[in-house]
Structure formats: structure tokens, C-alpha cells
Design a binder for this molecule. Structure first.
Ligand SMILES: N[C@@H](CCC(=O)N[C@@H](CS)C(=O)NCC(=O)O)C(=O)O
Length: 214
């Protein structure tokens, strides 16, 4: 099987990088340089007209959207237990993936680029303030879910990788995250995993390559 991951540093393509690594899947990475708008190249738009990462291409067939990608990885590499085996728990994990993708990620995107949400003059601070409030409401829910636990379920799952990215991205906006002690503990626990260390080292190497080419 031929697995290609389209990826960009900092972006949520970190999530499948981590889970493919956890699954010991053989995969190749195609890094895209957002500063050069490579996600909008004609070639990439043919694969993903949404101009987003992650994109997984399996034997030439593209699959977009983190939720679907995580489920595909979990099903294809069941020994990695990336989703709980119990059917109800599995759905709870998919519910967490969908929440990360559609309930948390959009606030991170607003913090990253306020003018994409509202281009009224002097509105960026308001966009940021509202996005932060709503992001924090979600972090509080995650904090309660993670209280006294190592992971969202009995063992590491794709939901941990996805939420790790959501919390990491928030930590890159100079926000005070100290109220979220359980999220912070989870974040640190995740960073101790070999898959995460490998993903972060890879990210650094791509950033260095891109800096050289700038
Ligand atoms: N709903 C998508 C969101 C993907 C997404 O927004 N990716 C961002 C990076 S985190 C992206 O590729 N942005 C580039 C662009 O919009 O041009 C998912 O969960 O996979």
C-alpha cells in the first residue's frame, strides 16, 4: 500500500503524522509551504480543491478531513488501537475527533487570521477576543474530561493526538492557558511519546528547509 501525507508545519496535519507513526505505517510525507501558497497550486487543487492539509493519498486515492483520515488509519492498522474497540466508546472517540475538527479548530483559525472572518476596520482585536473566549470554553470542557486521567480513554487514541494539536496551536498565540491544568498535563504527557517527538523533530526539519529556500 502506498500512503502519502500532504503536510504543512504547525498545521493540523501533525495529527495524522502522529497517528501514522503510532501505527508504524509506512508513509511518505509531501510538505507544503503555505508561505509560498503551495496548497493553492493547480496540481494540489486537483487533489484537494479545499486547499487544506491534511490530505492522505492512498494508492492514488485522496482522502481529506482529519476525522475521516483518523478513522481510516485506525481501521487499516487495528493493532495500534487508535480508536477504542468497544463500539460505543469508539463512537465517543469519533465524537471527540469531530469536536476537535469542527468545534475547536475554527477558533484557532480565527486567532491565526482574524481578517478572514471579518475585514471591518479595526475588528481584529474583537475577533481575537471572541475567538479566545470560545476557545477557552472548549478547553474547559476538555480539561474536565481529562481531569484525573492520562488520556481521553483507557489508552492513547487518535482523539489524544487531535486534541494535542488543538492545545498546542492555542499555546502558539501568547494566551494564558494556566487555568487548564489537566490539558497542560495531557500536553506534556503527549510530548513524551516517541511518535510526538518524531513529529515535532520532523516539523523542525521542514521549517529549516523552508527557511533555507525563502
Ligand atoms: N476540517 C479540516 C480542516 C483542515 C484545515 O483547516 N487545515 C488548515 C491548516 S490547520 C489548512 O490547510 N489551511 C490552508 C488554507 O486554508 O489554505 C480538517 O479537519 O482536516
Amino acid at each position: 500500500m502506498d500512503i502519502l501525507l500532504y503536510y504543512a508545519p504547525i498545521a493540523c496535519s501533525l495529527v495524522p503524522y502522529i497517528t501514522l507513526t503510532e501505527a508504524k505505517a509506512p508513509f511518505e510525507v509531501r510538505p507544503l509551504n503555505f508561505r509560498k501558497a503551495q496548497q493553492r497550486s493547480a496540481e494540489y487543487l486537483q487533489l484537494n480543491p479545499k486547499h487544506k492539509v491534511p490530505l492522505l493519498v492512498v494508492d492514488g486515492q485522496p482522502l481529506s478531513e482529519n476525522v475521516a483520515i483518523q478513522i481510516w488509519i485506525a481501521r487499516t492498522f487495528p493493532q495500534a488501537r487508535l480508536l477504542p474497540v468497544d463500539p460505543w466508546q469508539e463512537l465517543k472517540a469519533i465524537s471527540l475527533l469531530a469536536w476537535c475538527s469542527s468545534g475547536i479548530h475554527p477558533y484557532l483559525s480565527r486567532l491565526n487570521a482574524p481578517p478572514r472572518v471579518c475585514d471591518a476596520p479595526d475588528s481584529a482585536d474583537s475577533v481575537r477576543r471572541l475567538a479566545t473566549e470560545q476557545l477557552f470554553e472548549n478547553y474547559k470542557i476538555a480539561d474536565d474530561l481529562l481531569a484525573g486521567r492520562e488520556y481521553f480513554f483507557e489508552h492513547f487514541t487518535a482523539a489524544d493526538a487531535h486534541f494535542f494539536w488543538c492545545f498546542r496551536r492555542g499555546s502558539q498565540f501568547d494566551l494564558d492557558l494556566s487555568a487548564f491544568a489537566s490539558c497542560t498535563a495531557h500536553f506534556e504527557r503527549m510530548q513524551a511519546r516517541a511518535s510526538v517527538q518524531k513529529a515535532l523533530a520532523y516539523e523542525k526539519s521542514v521549517q529549516a528547509e523552508f527557511a533555507k529556500a525563502a
